[in-house]
Design a protein around this ligand. Structure first.
Ligand SMILES: Nc1ncnc2c1ncn2[C@@H]1O[C@H](COP(=O)(O)OP(=O)(O)OP(=O)(O)O)[C@@H](O)[C@H]1O
Length: 375
C-alpha cells in the first residue's frame, strides 16, 4: 500500500474553512503536527476554549476529509483549547495552546528558559516509571542541574505523593502558575490542581489542554532539564502527548521480564514515530540485594533490558535494584536520592542521571556530539 503523504493530508485540510468562515484551518496555523501510523492519522486542531463545544462539527469535518484519502483506515482528531485573557485564580484556567502550523515533531517551539525536556516513559504500567522519574530528576539536580518534574500522567498522577507535596500552586500574575518545590526541584502535576477524589473523567481535548497548560503556563524557567513523567502505555493518548511536548529525548523504563520488554519495544516505536530520540533504556527492579547477607538474586532474570538495548542499538543507561528502601521512601514521599544521598541506591540513580545529562548535552540518542574543528 502506498504511504499516506502528509502533504496530501494538509491539502485536504486546507479545504476546510477556519472557525469564523474565513481562511482555512491549515493556513490559519490551527493544525498541529500530523502523525501517521499504519493507516491511522492523528492530529489536533487549536480552537478558542469558549467555543470548543461549537467546534465539534469542524473537528468531525476535518476527520471526514482525511478519512476519504487513499490508505487512511482511521483518524484521531482532537480539539485543543486556546485561551483568551486570564483571570486571577489558583485552579487551572482554560489553557492557551500555541497555534502551530503543521511541522515536524522536532520543529515544535520549546519553552523559554528551559534547556531540554526529557520524557520518562514505559510500555506498560507498574514498572516503577514514576519512582524512577522522581529519583532521576533528583539525581540530575544532585549533578548540579536546575531541574523540573512535570507529571504528565493526568489520569493517575503520582508525583505529589512521591515528593510528599500537597496544596495548590499559586499564580504569579493571575495566569502563570508557580511550580511547587520539593528537595530542590520544581514540580507540577494534575494532582495539585484537582482534589484527589475528583473522578478523572477527562475527555481527550481536556487532557491535552491540561498538559499544554502545565507545560506552557507554568513559571518553569530557569531550568536546565524538565523531566516529564509520561502516562504508562503506548496508546493513542500517549502518542498524542509525545507529539505535543517539544521533547529532546526519551528514557524508557522497563523491568527485566520479557513481557515488559516487548512493551518497552512498543515504547521505543512510539517515540520513533514522532521523531523523538530515545536516550536509552533503564532496567528497574533489576536484581535484589539481600540486606542481611548481601547476596544478589536476579529475581526476574536480570539483564534482559541490557540485552534488548544492545539488540536495538540503543544505549543501556543502567540497572536499578529491587529494593525495599526504594519502595518505602517512594511511598512515604521521601525519595531515596534526596533523603539517603549516601546510599548505594542513590548513587545508582545519580549515575544514570549523569548519563542522561550527557546524552542530552551530546545530542540525540546519546551519540557523541560531532567535533567541529576550525583550521
Ligand atoms: N526499584 C524499586 N524497588 C522497589 N520498589 C520499587 C522500585 N521501583 C518502583 N517500586 C515500587 O513499585 C510500585 C510502582 O511504582 P511506580 O508507581 O513508580 O510505577 P509506575 O510504573 O509509575 O506505575 P503506574 O504505571 O501505575 O503509574 C511502587 O510501590 C514503588 O514504590
Amino acid at each position: 500500500m502506498a504511504p499516506i503523504e502528509r502533504d496530501a493530508i494538509l491539502a485536504r485540510l486546507a479545504t476546510i474553512p477556519g472557525p469564523d468562515g474565513s481562511g482555512d484551518i491549515v493556513s490559519l496555523g490551527l493544525v498541529s503536527d500530523i502523525v501517521v501510523n499504519a493507516g491511522k492519522v492523528m492530529f489536533s486542531i487549536t480552537v478558542d476554549a469558549a467555543r470548543a463545544a461549537a467546534m465539534e462539527p469542524l473537528r468531525a469535518r476535518a476527520a471526514e476529509a482525511v478519512k476519504t484519502l487513499p490508505g487512511v483506515e482511521s483518524t484521531l482528531v482532537i480539539l485543543t483549547a486556546e485561551r483568551k485573557g486570564g483571570a486571577g485564580q489558583t485552579a487551572p484556567a482554560p489553557p492557551r495552546a500555541p497555534a502551530q502550523p503543521a511541522a515536524s515533531a522536532s520543529g515544535k517551539p520549546g519553552i523559554p528558559g528551559v534547556g531540554a525536556i526529557v520524557a520518562v516513559a514505559s510500555g506498560k504500567g507498574g514498572v516503577g516509571k514514576s519512582t524512577t522519574a522522581v529519583n532521576l530528576a533528583l539525581g540530575l539536580a544532585a549533578n548540579g542541574l536546575k531541574v523540573g518534574l512535570l507529571d504528565a500522567d493526568i489520569y493517575g498522577p503520582s508525583v505529589p505523593r512521591l515528593l510528599g507535596l500537597s496544596g495548590r500552586p499559586q499564580t504569579q500574575d493571575g495566569r502563570t502558575l508557580v511550580p511547587m518545590q520539593a528537595f530542590g526541584i520544581k514540580a507540577m502535576s494534575m494532582g495539585f490542581l484537582v482534589e484527589e477524589d475528583t473522578p478523572m473523567i477527562w475527555r481527550g481535548p481536556m487532557v491535552m489542554s491540561a498538559l499544554t497548560q502545565m507545560l506552557r503556563e507554568v513559571a518553569w524557567a530557569p531550568l536546565d532539564i524538565l523531566v516529564v513523567d509520561m502516562p504508562p502505555g503506548t496508546g493513542d493518548a500517549q502518542l498524542t502527548m509525545a507529539q505535543q511536548v517539544p521533547l529532546a529525548g526519551a528514557v524508557i523504563v522497563s523491568t527485566p521480564q520479557d513481557l515488559a520488554l516487548i512493551d518497552a519495544r512498543k515504547g521505543l516505536g512510539m517515540f520513533r514515530k514522532v521523531n523523538v530520540p530515545v536516550l536509552g533504556i533503564v532496567e528497574n527492579m533489576s536484581y535484589f540485594l539481600c540486606p542481611h547477607c548481601g547476596g544478589r538474586s536476579d529475581i526476574f532474570g536480570h539483564g534482559g533490558a541490557r540485552h534488548e538495548a544492545e539488540k536495538l542499538d540503543i544505549p543501556f543507561l543502567g540497572e536499578i535494584p529491587l529494593e525495599l528502601a526504594i519502595r518505602e521512601t517512594s511511598d512515604a514521599g521521601t525519595p531515596i536520592v534526596a533523603t539517603a544521598p549516601e546510599s548505594a541506591h542513590a548513587a545508582v540513580y545519580r549515575t544514570i542521571a549523569g548519563r542522561i545529562a550527557a546524552a542530552v548535552a551530546g545530542g540525540a540518542g546519546a551519540k557523541p556530539a560531532p567535533r567541529i574543528v576550525i583550521e
